[in-house]
Design a protein around this ligand. Structure first.
Ligand SMILES: [Zn+2]
Length: 228
């Protein structure tokens, strides 16, 4: 495999910033030496690997594939986080068709399904990979604001996006965790009446004390950032 072929091969993966500086002395499938510069775009980690001794083509490929392995694991976690966050947002989408008359709210469907089918989460995570989850949440929020007015492949234009209320989201994740309101109160040692007030929307999220928000997110198995 020559330099050009090699470049094409690695261009298929996420390391489209692989720069084959030089590879020489190819004998059968062994390169006698050379250097390759790799930049992992999502994190910006750049490295130049110099091969001074013979290296097999497959060793070189696996070196590149393992490059930034830790960072790739983080990105995988980021994808999971985004999925969970979108579920947490639990948004409804209203559509208009071409003549701008028909409006359709995604009935019985969660925004999660919409989001999943319309964007590549993996790609989104790479493009918005942030160590700070708050920044990542903001990127998702921006994306959601951005879809309004955009025409979909199905011919509909997104008229509005309604983010569900926090109180419903607490109920949603509590149901998902299969625990009752009373059990949540017991687990968190928060008064039952207080939990009830949160879920019925009698208390605004901004007024939930941080300690309670932490206890609830912990009991529901969601990141505490969702509530603060
Ligand atoms: Zn990386």
């Amino acid at each position: 495999m020559d330099k050009k072929e090699f470049k094409e091969k690695v261009a298929d993966n996420e390391y489209d910033e692989v720069n084959v500086l030089q590879l020489f002395g190819l004998q059968d499938d062994v390169f006698m030496g050379g250097s390759v510069e790799i930049c992992h775009r999502p994190c910006g980690h750049t490295d130049t690997k110099i091969f001074s001794q013979g290296i097999y083509e497959n060793e070189l490929i696996s070196y590149i594939e393992d490059y930034c392995a830790d960072c790739k694991r983080k990105i995988a976690n980021t994808v999971e986080f985004i999925k969970q966050y979108i579920e947490w947002l639990y948004v409804d989408v209203a559509f208009l068709n071409d003549d701008m008359t028909h409006c359709r709210i995604m009935e019985g469907k969660k925004y999660t399904d919409y989001f999943k089918s319309n964007i590549n989460l993996e790609k989104f995570a790479k493009a918005n990979y942030k160590l700070n989850v708050i920044q990542l949440m903001k990127a998702v929020d921006l994306y959601i604001e951005d879809v309004v007015g955009k025409k979909e492949e199905n011919g509909y234009t997104i008229k509005s996006v309604k983010v569900d209320m926090v109180c419903n989201r607490i109920t949603h994740f509590r149901s998902k965790a299969s625990i009752s309101r009373r059990e949540l109160a017991e687990k968190t040692e928060i008064a039952f009446k207080t939990i009830e007030n949160y879920e019925l929307g009698r208390t605004k999220l901004t007024s939930i004390p941080i300690l309670n928000a932490m206890k609830i997110s912990d009991a529901l198995g969601i990141p505490p950032e969702f509530l603060v």
